[in-house]
Ligand binder design. Structure first.
Ligand code: DX5
Ligand code: ZN
Length: 222
């Protein structure tokens, strides 16, 4: 089943609780919480105290994307703040296997994220420790960027590898530039969790946009 995850980066941050209600009413599946530390990527966004307030304001599934240099140091704060899933980057400084195990030990779903230019093979040794892999479809750091079609082959290869390993339950999330035009491409390639910031929050009708991201479409190009 295809799920959508609304990236709060594109919402009205002065009215997070209203925006969470809007997502719920639009039948969005997950809330995507982008954490940037000003080191792994240029910008700084928000951290675990903000996630704690988000947790108090919604019962929706909280999908935390750590774009930070030292995720191993951070996971316990985000788990305590109410994350349901934590993803961190294979390109970060932390040991991938240890960090994935630490996330699961905290009772949270674990995921590895991979930047567009990093070979997808880099996550293969860790797949058994992952509930999900996040394939970035833009360079991390900013919302509102254009989808990179060259990432489609990585999604395909990962789906094939996971199936070959008997890990058909592994979710593949895509993040960056996902809209009604690019959604059919990533779904066809094997993605099942679609992050959208601009595509949902800036849509004229969020519920309609959410539905269009999820339903099968034919003949779209990016
Ligand atoms: C980028 C973030 C994304 C971003 C997606 O570094 O990880 O989650 O907010 O935004 P859109 O959907 O606008 O490309
Ligand atoms: Zn993200």
């Amino acid at each position: 089943m295809i799920k959508t995850s609304a990236s709060l980066l594109a919402c009205d941050l002065a009215n997070i609780s209203g925006e969470l209600s809007r997502c719920k009413a639009a039948n969005v599946d997950w809330i995507h919480f982008d954490v940037m530390d000003g080191a792994f990527v240029e910008q700084i966004t928000y951290g675990s105290p903000v996630l704690k307030s988000v947790r108090a304001a919604t019962d929706m599934f909280l999908d935390v994307h750590l774009m930070v240099e030292n995720p191993a140091q951070q996971v316990k704060f985000f788990a305590e703040a109410g994350a349901d899933l934590i993803s961190f980057h294979i390109e970060s400084l932390s040991d991938a296997a240890e960090t994935l195990k630490a996330i699961r030990a905290l009772g949270v779903k674990s995921a590895l994220a991979v930047k567009p230019k990093t070979p997808i093979e880099s996550v293969y040794p860790y797949l058994a420790l992952c509930d999900m892999v996040l394939v970035m479809t833009v360079e991390p750091g900013y919302g509102g960027q254009a989808f990179m079609p060259e990432t489609l082959d990585k999604i395909r290869a990962l789906r094939e590898k996971a199936d070959g390993m008997g890990l058909s339950g592994l979710s593949i999330e895509v993040d960056g530039g996902i809209n009604t035009k690019t959604a059919p491409l990533v779904k066809e390639a094997g993605a099942d969790v679609l992050v959208a910031g601009t595509g949902l929050f800036k849509a004229a009708d969020m519920a309609e946009a959410n539905l269009l991201l999820k339903v099968p479409q034919k003949g779209a190009t990016c």
